[in-house]
Design a protein around this ligand. Structure first.
Ligand SMILES: [Zn+2]
Length: 567
């Protein structure tokens, strides 16, 4: 069986996966054919990428669970220990069902407090013997997220556990156990995604009640790249209740809601489309080659708006098709009720999904500016300011759409799982710019500086931090390290603080991780330094989730190869 060109990186093959892949391809083609010609042209010609085309009009993208809505009355084991086990079996079932009813990820906004609250509802006491069972259930749950590939017959579930704001002893125990078990399971266990929420007065400074848990998290990150860090004290998140903040592993951020209170709980992204910025720049450079950089940037905004207007129409069309379905088309949601508005209380899907976000994404700011100016956007303050002006403009347009359409439009700094390679391939056939942006084989993630910039980590954080407040649909900054910063929690904490001061909303640390298949040694090598084996598994993060390198799409592999550490 041939590997399908799946948009998500976690490809596995099975009979059902094979059938699913063929069906997925067919539905994508049919959907494209059914759309107005101009819309499908924009997608096919690589101006835009309509994500998860197979789900068009059928379902939404992702969801952060509203755990309070969960009915636990089916968990009836007479013993407390039995109810702990019952709860985790129930959660696994829930994840499997959701994984097949929506196209993207799912998240617990506060896995530590959520589990504690559910155990309280089940009258499970916080004592040593119960906690021993709880800990093994957490371990088994992590293994389930890592090892289960039954989603759509071929891939694992995109599960994110946000932790860190634990406010009871047992919740603290849950947060610690999640980190310790994840760490102790070794390098080949690299799921679920764990996000640590950093917040002043809770865990950020010495003396804060959960400061020790942050320390554990940082040491685990130094080994395994997980957790990543949601920085609740950055300017754009400060007005929201940190308990209601949450991110998906892919970086999706859901905060402002035209119809309710700020925060991600019980909400998700409905659909998103990414715009290929380098394409627009290449056309402008070709057609207006005599213009100044400033003039070209003004044309860029106009061209972008032309495309964004179409993107808006596609996003709304898709949203309307989704809410045009029946509540009965979402049996899992009917059963578990994890959106903020309960399915069994709603008269229409619109009542529920109007709380979701519609995101306009962008990719390749770096290449676009390089084409227009001949320089990297971060080469000098003037170019950097113009680049910020463009991203600010895109955000203003999304805010304008919120007012006009009364829908939660947001600007997403796209990770570009598949699209960066697809866009480059199409553009390279048509354009020959003065600066070489094609030979590396991919476009740079959202507003990121080039992965081979070699900029010092602090500098990278400061530059990218300028862009985070504009990207209300989600963004991440990665610090690229040459190797695992084993034991250096203090060094990582300094970078976390730098990121908070720079208004980075979500921060991750990347380093190459090679694992010997024979003796399990890990490091950075082509041949195992311990046993000499050449059977090596390479684990990397490219688009939010850790994966084995073989699963990456072409453009992403090229990006990984070009990474240079931020010294
Ligand atoms: Zn070895």
């Amino acid at each position: 069986m041939k590997q399908n060109n799946n948009e998500n990186a976690a490809n596995r093959l099975s009979y059902v996966g094979h059938v699913y892949g063929l069906g997925e391809q067919r539905i994508k083609e049919e959907t494209l054919e059914s759309l107005p010609h101009e819309w499908s042209r924009l997608h096919k010609e690589g101006y835009i990428h309509i994500h998860d085309l197979d789900a068009y009009g059928l379902t939404y993208n992702c969801l952060t669970f509203d755990i309070d809505n969960l009915d636990l009355s089916g968990i009836t084991d007479p013993t407390e220990q039995g109810r702990i086990i019952g709860l985790f079996s129930f959660l696994k079932l829930m994840i499997e069902e959701y994984g097949n009813e929506q196209s993207g990820g799912m998240a617990f906004a506060n896995f530590d407090n959520d589990i504690d609250a559910m155990l309280n509802r089940l009258s499970v006491a916080d004592n040593e013997s119960n906690n021993a069972i709880l800990r093994s259930c957490i371990r088994a749950f992590i293994l389930f997220c890592n090892d289960n590939h039954t989603r759509m017959g071929l891939v694992s579930y995109y599960v994110t556990l946000n932790i860190g704001l634990a406010n009871t002893n047992r919740a603290r125990f849950i947060a610690k156990s999640a980190i310790e078990e994840f760490e102790s399971l070794g390098d080949m266990v690299y799921k679920p995604n764990i996000v640590f929420k950093v917040h002043d007065g809770v865990n950020r400074k010495e003396g804060d009640p959960n400061f020790d848990i942050l320390g554990k998290a940082l040491l685990c990150t130094a080994k395994k790249m997980i957790p990543t860090y949601l920085l609740c004290d950055c300017e754009q998140d400060r007005q929201a209740d940190p308990n209601r903040l949450s991110v998906m592993g892919c970086r999706t951020r859901v905060v402002d809601d035209l119809y309710g209170q700020k925060g991600a709980i019980g909400r998700g992204n409905i659909d998103n489309i990414s715009i290929n910025l380098p394409r627009l720049a290449l056309e402008i450079d070709r057609d207006y080659w005599e213009s100044s950089f400033e003039e070209k940037m003004e044309t860029m905004k106009k061209r972008w708006t032309d495309v964004a207007e179409q993107v808006k129409d596609i996003l709304i069309d898709r949203y309307k098709k989704v809410i045009g379905q029946s509540l009965d088309d979402f049996p899992t949601n009917r059963r578990f009720n994890l959106w903020g508005t309960r399915f069994d209380n709603a008269d229409s899907l619109e009542e529920i999904f109007k709380h979701g976000t519609l995101s306009i994404g962008f990719i390749g700011l770096s290449e676009a500016i390089e084409v227009l100016s001949g320089k990297k956007y971060y080469a000098d303050p003037a170019t950097l300011l113009s680049s910020l002006g463009l991203v600010s403009y895109m955000r203003q347009y999304c805010d304008f759409l919120r007012r006009e359409t009364k829908l939660n439009f947001s600007l997403l700094a796209t990770s570009g799982e598949l699209i960066s390679g697809r866009f480059t391939e199409i553009d390279a056939k048509e354009f020959s710019p003065k600066t070489d942006i094609f030979s590396k084989g991919y476009y740079t993630n959202s507003f990121h500086v080039d992965v081979d910039s070699g900029l010092p980590a602090r500098k990278k954080i400061q530059i990218e931090g300028l862009f985070h407040p504009f990207c209300n649909g989600g963004s991440i900054t990665y610090v690229e390290l040459g190797e695992a910063p084993l034991g250096n929690d203090e060094g990582l904490l300094e970078l976390v603080e730098e990121a908070i001061a720079s208004n980075v909303h979500y921060l991750g640390f990347n380093f190459p991780k090679d694992v010997c298949d024979d003796c399990k040694a890990s490091g950075v090598f082509d041949e195992c330094p311990c046993c000499g084996s050449k059977n090596i598994t390479r684990i990397r993060r490219v688009s939010g989730y850790l994966e084995i390198l073989d699963g990456f799409t072409r453009g992403k592999k090229a990006e990984e190869k070009n990474r240079r550490r931020n010294g």
